[in-house]
Ligand binder design. Structure first.
Ligand code: SF4
Length: 214
């Protein structure tokens, strides 16, 4: 894909959604961090539902530690892998208090040292809570980048590197959310909805889905 087309894709996504953000509900960097940890292999909807119950009771490292692992597990038991996640949330809170004065560090290395926080989670927190131009690649972005030809790569790290290299600077901060939302709602895994896709004329996917017949 040439640079002109790539720019046109971002311009189109930007015109449809000038200020994209996460669908996870949060009011502080700490709430966002916890929500992103919980969202691994779970839907944002399920995390929001659970956190609407837990955050009003405990939304700081100190309060969650006071709550304890069993209570956290109760709040999040509708979310996949909840026992491991409850353990990670408690351990993360402890480290935040011990090493970071109870604050979320705006630093990749420190974030990735937290239990339950990998490269993708760190990138989302850096981007969404701290405004860094990181592009976390999840399954949706991996698919969209490869299908469209925007930034092809054989694995998530290759796609991340390609996106970071090829995305014009002014679109870098919002690229993550534009691409994730596009993959979630239009360029779906099983059946991309090409017939109403705003970037269809720019997309280089060879097997576009025709409009369904009535
Ligand atoms: S045209 Fe189809 S394959 Fe291309 S981005 Fe749109 S939905 Fe995805």
């Amino acid at each position: 894909m040439n640079a002109q087309k790539r720019r046109a894709i971002y311009e189109t996504l930007q015109s449809l959604n000038p200020h994209p953000t996460t669908e996870l509900e949060y009011t502080t960097p700490f709430e966002l961090l916890i929500a992103v940890i919980l969202s691994a292999q779970a839907t944002d909807v399920s995390v929001n539902k659970a956190m609407r119950q837990m955050f009003p009771v405990a939304n700081t490292p100190k309060a969650i530690l006071a709550l304890g692992e069993d209570s956290v597990a109760q709040y999040i038991k509708t979310i996949g892998l909840y026992r491991t996640k409850a353990k990670n949330v408690i351990a993360t809170c402890r480290i935040l208090l011990d090493k970071h004065h109870g604050e979320v560090p705006a630093d990749r290395e420190a974030l990735e040292a937290l239990p339950g926080v990998g490269r993708k989670t760190a990138s989302v927190v850096l981007n969404t809570a701290f405004g860094h131009p990181t592009i976390a690649v999840d399954t949706h972005i991996f698919r969209v980048a490869n299908r469209t030809g925007l930034a092809p790569g054989k694995d998530v790290r290759a796609v991340e590197a390609a996106l970071e290299k090829l995305t014009p600077a002014e679109f870098r901060h919002d690229a993550h959310h534009w691409l994730i939302l596009h993959g979630r709602y239009v360029c779906r895994a099983r059946l991309p909805e090409c017939w109403h896709c705003a970037i269809e004329p720019l997309c280089e996917f060879k097997s576009k889905t025709p409009a369904p017949t009535q």
